[in-house]
Design a binder for this molecule. Sequence first.
Ligand code: MN
Length: 301
Amino acid sequence: MTFDDLIVQTITPVSHNLGDFKVHRSLPSKGRTMVGPFIFFDQAGPAQIAPGQGIDVRPHPHINLATVTYMYEGAFLHRDSLGTEQLIEPGAVNLMTAGSGIVHSERSPDEDRAKVSKLSAIQTWLALPDRVEEMDPAFEHVSEGGLPVIEDGSARARVIMGTLWGETSPVTTYADTIYADIQLAPGGRIAIDPSADERALYVSGGDAALDGMTLTPQTLYVLRPGTSATLMSVDGGRIVLCGGEAFSSPRHVWWNFVSSRTDRLMQAREDWEAMRFPLIPGDDQEYIPIPQGRPKTVSYP
Ligand code: MN
């Protein structure tokens, strides 16, 4: 196998320094908007946050998408306009389905602000299929013990969404979706099978190679449909596998909004400016305003 036999697209993220930490955004990118339902792919951190400091992603809205939060290190307190208040820690997953509209905030928990804390996370958004774009908003949390883990001594993979290596995550999916957190020990290897129409690999830390070809960290590699390969690591690495079914209709992104219709994006923009979205119980004093002019590429946090 050559590189081109396995990889159809290589996406270098846009990286931004947000003061306390760095964000690497692979999706949406100039060359590609989606991999399966994944339309937004951010690696945040790793970062060390000094005592007295914390991360505050103030209340902001979403529509027609679902957000998936997965922490490597550190914790976030999630609050939303449904009244949810949920601490998320490494190995757990938050799935927030915006549907017709939701407002949420993500903040460092108070206990983290008293000490040196860490932040390292993968934040993704999933586009919703046409038929459920305007569904009622929903939130679910699955704790660390609730996600299946495949382990063989030198490889450990957690199935965050969908079915992989014969194990199925309990997290709700609206389109066919695969999402896994793979950790390889030195010399570790794991099979990457043709488990979805569209698939991508992203090395978030350490080193990894696919059928012997080195994968550059902080790069999203879109795999050729139908191919099988072996993912391996020399000194140990952490890799994201994500993807799912190809969408038949295009999606548009504006700021925190995703939709199949551009007029719906502009409606959401007007609704947020006019404060027609619901408030978050317990976090209704602050908000992130609509960006003036063209939204900055990185609006998260
Ligand atoms: Mn958000």
